[in-house]
Design a protein around this ligand. Sequence first.
Ligand code: PEP
Length: 257
Amino acid sequence: MVKEKLFAKMSRKKIVAGNWKMNLIAQEAIALVEAIAQLKQNNTAVELMVFPPAIYLQALQHTSLKVGAQNFHPAEKGAFTGELSLNQLKDVGASIVLIGHSERRELFLESNSFLKEKVDAAIAHKMPIIFCCGEPLSIREAGTALEFVTQQLTESLFHLSPAQIVDVTIAYEPIWAIGTGKTATVEEAEAMHKGIRAAIEAHYQSSEIADSVSILYGGSCNATNAAELFACPNVDGGLIGGAALDAASFIAIANAF
Ligand code: PEP
């Protein structure tokens, strides 16, 4: 049993992704991507990707790292002032998108049903997805975090077919841990990741499907705590905010596997 679980983890993609949020100007973004690409050398065990501000995607599109978009609008085009479509983002080199980051949910009021529209648009464009989920502190303290996260997945993601869900990467990011310096304990992270995998298995009636979905942890993950988080059987990498803005820290996190 332990051997089987180990095999399942080994066969899932390991990913370390940097969410740069609304930080850096062009020169800094280019310098950071170059420094990361140089430091990563031949570490092929982990897929590295960065999510810069969208205006810098074009300048970064020839890097050896995968580059993605932090946000997009699900419509094909039209009167959505200030928004960007998937076609536009693809045009400037985005090859993956974040959906459902808690800052989009909380600050820009993106609901589970709107996020479902984004998921469907990305699938229609064959655009790979990192789907973020996670509970606020009040829900964690009420002891209903897994139910809350399962509802996020159910309402935005679980309508996908088995063939579609296996290509989605999930990032579990407890909101109380994002940018706070307060990381989930190894026990809390593993319990939630295991719970998410169990929810996938229950919904799709398949342990193979559940075992093939990569689930990343996000929330004050850094060079010091990454190794113990990544050693958890159900943690397949990290979505990194603050520590992704420093090439050495980001690479140290990637090397923590
Ligand atoms: C994030 O915003 O996705 C994140 C994990 O941020 P931080 O690492 O800074 O907590």
